[in-house]
Design a binder for this molecule. Structure first.
Ligand code: SF4
Length: 410
């Protein structure tokens, strides 16, 4: 019997890259990362959002560095984060004038842990190679990693045009979509080779090749993964809002991760106005956890409910416990090492309740329609008690907390 199927899956071999104190690639766990949407020139807002993302579990955070006012704040932001105990690697997202900002603001270049370079817009055509070299030289000077991040929304048009022309005169022309995918892959690979030719070590280079369609993303990364051993950053760009963004990201990245492809992931969700930016971190963690690659927070399994449930007690209890866990996790990581592996089951009736609860570390089967108002509780597969009365939910919550204390308390 396989204990953890995900851990048996072969992982693509990649060269590990250190980004600050976090390793991406090689045998390191798949890293969760995210990006702020604050104006980096607003140091207060950026410090607050980086801190929130890091506390939610983002292991690397990227910030936009788009103009001098933003570059001027980066070292200050890093320093303030250090002072409040947030030790998360910071990545600078550069487009068009990254070479200039990194040159003009050496404290920004030194404070960042990685530079994101978009080979499609690292500079204007005639100067592109020089400006790319400049960023690579600065990264080497400060011993920083880079991510060569291709995005099909800003693809190198010169390369695309050349491949389109070659395709049009080929004996075996392929579709325009296939040429586009090839251009995305080549843009990443050629830039990686160029960085190496400039002296950058392979263990400083991460690649990404983001597109916005699920099948294209799978095809691009499956091909890219075979053609290099650079560490890969996975992400579906412009994934969209709400459930569409979540489903698209989970479907595309889930398939790639299952094939052993991907060393770090970002779930790019379009936030609702005023929405919580940390949602993308939660989704990324849940994706890795439900697939069995990593554990971040205890899992609460709950049945969907049906006509056998006449009250909402079990949904409320499941949601209550889940909320309590999320709020408590920052403290619990210290207090209860290993608690992230806990499984709790909250079930609506006896049909699947006892069975599911036995598989959990601790589970309860609440009474459904017509059942006697009693709720058996199972701990480590054994029935330990039956809760009755009006306080079933509170009693069970207390049992969960006692279980955590007994099993994971130092
Ligand atoms: Fe319905 Fe019971 Fe199954 Fe829950 S466990 S979905 S309440 S039959």
């Amino acid at each position: 019997m396989i204990d953890n199927f995900a851990k048996q899956l072969p992982r693509r071999r990649s060269v590990p890259v250190k980004v600050g104190n976090v390793t991406v690639g090689g045998d390191a766990p798949i890293v969760v990362q995210s990006m702020t949407n604050t104006d980096t020139a607003d140091a207060d807002a950026t410090v607050a959002q980086v801190a929130a993302l890091a506390r939610a579990g983002s292991e690397i955070v990227r910030i936009t560095v788009d103009r001098p006012e933003a570059a001027a704040q980066v070292a200050r932001i890093k320093d303030r984060l250090d002072r409040i105990g947030i030790d998360v690697p910071l990545v600078g997202d550069f487009h068009y004038i990254g070479h200039k900002l990194l040159t003009d603001y050496p404290d920004c270049a030194a404070a960042l842990d990685k530079y994101r370079i978009n080979p499609g817009n690292v500079g204007f055509k005639a100067k592109r190679d020089t400006q790319f070299s400049q960023i690579i030289d600065i990264a080497q000077k400060y011993d920083k990693a880079v991510r060569i991040g291709v995005n099909w929304g800003s693809l190198d048009q010169e390369l695309l045009t050349r491949l389109m022309d070659e395709n049009s005169t080929s004996d075996k022309p392929v579709s325009a979509a296939a040429v586009m995918r090839e251009a995305i892959i080549q843009s990443g690979l050629l830039s990686g080779e160029r960085a190496e030719a400039l002296g950058m070590a392979r263990d400083k280079i991460i690649l990404s090749a983001k597109v916005s369609q699920v099948q294209d993303l799978i095809a691009v990364y499956a091909d890219l993964a075979q053609r290099c051993d650079y560490a890969l950053h996975l992400g579906l760009t412009e994934a969209g809002m709400g459930t569409k963004g979540i489903v698209s990201s989970a479907a595309s990245m889930g398939i790639l991760l299952q094939q052993g492809i991907g060393d770090t992931i970002r779930v790019s969700l379009t936030p609702e106005p005023g929405g919580d930016r940390t949602r993308e971190v939660q989704v990324a963690q849940e994706l890795l956890q439900v697939m069995g690659f990593r554990a971040f927070v205890p899992v609460v399994a709950a049945c969907p409910g049906c006509g056998r449930t006449t009250s909402t007690v079990f949904q409320e209890l499941a949601s209550d416990i889940q909320d309590h866990i999320r709020v408590s996790m920052p403290a619990w990581r210290e207090q209860y090492p290993g608690v992230e592996n806990l499984n709790v089951a909250v079930m609506g009736c006896i049909v699947n309740g006892p069975g599911e609860s036995k598989h959990a570390d601790i589970g309860i089967s609440l009474p459904g329609t017509g059942e006697t108002p009693s709720a058996p509780v199972f701990v480590d597969g054994e029935k330990v008690t039956t809760l009755r009365g009006d306080d079933i939910a509170d009693d069970f919550k207390k049992m969960v907390l006692d279980y955590i204390e007994n099993r994971y308390g130092k």
